[in-house]
Design a protein around this ligand. Structure first.
Ligand SMILES: Cc1cc2nc3c(=O)[nH]c(=O)nc-3n(C[C@H](O)[C@H](O)[C@H](O)COP(=O)(O)OP(=O)(O)OC[C@H]3O[C@@H](n4cnc5c(N)ncnc54)[C@H](O)[C@@H]3O)c2cc1C
Length: 463
């Protein structure tokens, strides 16, 4: 057998499972079709760490609640950003008030702790920016915000350092059951293994007898708002919504806000701006940094181990709280595999991510010390986010290093400042080309064929 376990898909769940399994004496590989892990994780800086309050399904609610309890410890172990923040779920009509009270009672019956039902006056004491129309709110103290990409990268880097073989840019074409184990066919190789953990949404693999597709897809528009408010928001704020329309405010670092709008129909920038202006007073177009259109999945999510006797596990579905559920899903899957393969913990597992510097967060004294050791940290490449050449080289040369512009952006923040890369994109691309021995014309934004340069201007020999 080539491997004991093959993990298919390098999204946040694939990475988390690979991290958990890398603690054991197993020969593991992860196959991901993109050039980087977690390429499809939410395209925003922060994900909400939910607590299961709004999940209709009890199992999903439990997965979210368990995830929310682990997240703070995980973030401090991985040295990544996590902030505990309260969550206010608002009702502003008689109808939504009824729905909210019902949800509150359900949560109490499920044994959920740290939640309170507040009236309008109490809500405004906590969040003075909110209008007088708020009738009631559920206030939860179980929630927070985390960078989903940093979480996925941390899982991946530690797994890689502990021996998981990451095969990036390789697409799974089929999974076949053979007399002993499986044959996994990719666009580059054929592998055999004892066990398969499939986290891809692939629908046509020979092994899958039943194909389930996502039904419950809605649209999500995100605005990043850069507005100084006299009284900043302290909590995540969400309307309970009437099923289709829902607004959510996520306060991030430096007084910046992310505002999400959930709709059944895709809405335009102008419509979205009008909707959020009802929430945030004196908002103008100049306060909007970015606008993203995305999908919102309110689907089932199943750890399907119905073929566990044949050593096949599949994670099916997509859900808006999937980042929150990731640590609990990874733990469950890991326990199932360990029981099935009867494996032992490794003695030499290192549960630590290699250190790195974030220059913009260091004092001048600390910066000077590092520049003395490596002068590349003395050269700023991205002026908006104060990212140095040293940080970009480190992002490329780390385990599972960046191979795309998006990978460098997500790891370091370069090209993600106010000018959106106008000043530094060329320099970032040329560092990536130099460090990976590639031509500038081969450098891609994120996926295959997303080259950032169309071709060379023929009269120049060098770029
Ligand atoms: C806009 C938005 C906001 C969100 N906000 C939150 C939030 O606030 N809180 C929260 O908890 N969650 C949030 N989520 C949910 C969460 O980010 C995603 O659901 C989660 O990242 C999905 O991870 P995954 O690993 O399950 O799936 P994916 O990321 O889809 O992973 C599957 C991987 O498999 C790879 N793959 C697919 N086919 C193949 C193949 N044939 N061969 C090899 N590889 C393949 C894909 O490239 C991908 O990397 C949000 C999601 C979105 C879109």
């Amino acid at each position: 057998m080539d491997y004991d376990v093959l993990i298919l898909g390098g999204g946040i769940i694939g990475c988390a499972v690979s991290y958990e399994l890398s603690k054991y004496n197993l020969n593991i590989a992860l196959i991901e079709k993109d050039y980087d892990i977690a390429n499809d994780v939410a395209p925003i800086d922060y994900s909400i760490v939910y607590d299961g309050l709004e999940c209709e399904d009890i199992s999903l609610s439990k997965l979210e609640f368990a995830g929310s309890k682990i997240m703070s410890d995980l973030a401090s172990k991985f040295n990544i950003f996590f902030e505990k923040k309260g969550y206010l779920l608002l009702a502003d009509t008689k109808e939504s008030e009824k729905k909210l009270i019902c949800m509150y009672n359900k949560a109490l019956n499920r044994g959920m702790e740290n939640i309170q039902l507040l009236d309008g006056e109490e809500v405004r004491k906590i969040e003075p920016n909110l209008g007088k129309n708020i009738k009631k709110a559920i206030y939860s103290k179980n929630t927070g915000i985390i960078s989903p990409y940093d979480l996925a990268i941390s899982y991946g880097e530690i797994a890689c350092d502990n021996g998981v073989n990451f095969k990036l840019g390789e697409e799974v074409l089929d999974i076949e059951s053979i007399s002993k184990g499986f044959k996994v066919v990719t666009n580059k190789n054929k592998f055999t293994c004892n066990m398969v953990l499939n986290t891809t949404p692939g629908k046509n693999y020979s092994i899958d007898r039943e194909n389930r597709v996502n039904q419950n897809v809605k649209y999500l528009e995100y605005f990043s708002v850069e507005k100084k408010l006299s009284k900043p928001y302290n909590n995540i704020i969400s309307t309970i919504g009437d099923g289709d329309n829902k607004t959510c405010i996520i306060p991030g670092k430096e007084n910046k806000l992310l505002v999400g709008l959930k709709n059944y129909e895709k809405i335009s920038y102008e419509e979205g701006l009008q909707k959020i202006s009802g929430f945030i007073k004196d908002l103008s177009q100049e306060n909007i940094g970015d606008f993203y259109n995305s999908h919102f999945y309110d689907d089932f999510l199943i750890i399907d181990d119905s073929l566990i006797d044949e050593d096949y596990i599949k994670i099916i579905g997509k859900h808006y709280g999937q980042v929150t559920m990731t640590p609990s899903i990874a733990n469950i899957v890991c326990k199932t595999v360990v029981n099935k393969l009867n494996c032992r913990l490794k003695k030499d597992f290192v549960d630590k991510r290699r250190e790195f510097y974030k220059f913009r967060e260091l004092s001048n004294e600390e910066r000077k010390k590092i520049i003395k050791l490596n002068r590349k940290y003395g050269k700023v490449i991205c002026y908006c986010n104060k990212v140095t050449e040293g940080e970009i080289i480190d992002a490329i040369s780390r385990p599972l290093g960046a191979r795309t512009i998006e990978g460098i952006k997500r790891r370091t923040g370069a090209t993600f400042g106010d000018c959106r890369g106008t000043r530094c994109l060329y320099e970032v691309a040329s560092i990536l080309a130099r460090e990976t021995n590639k031509k500038m014309t081969d450098i891609v934004k994120d996926s295959k064929n997303s080259n950032i340069m169309v071709g060379r201007i023929k009269e120049f020999d060098e770029m």
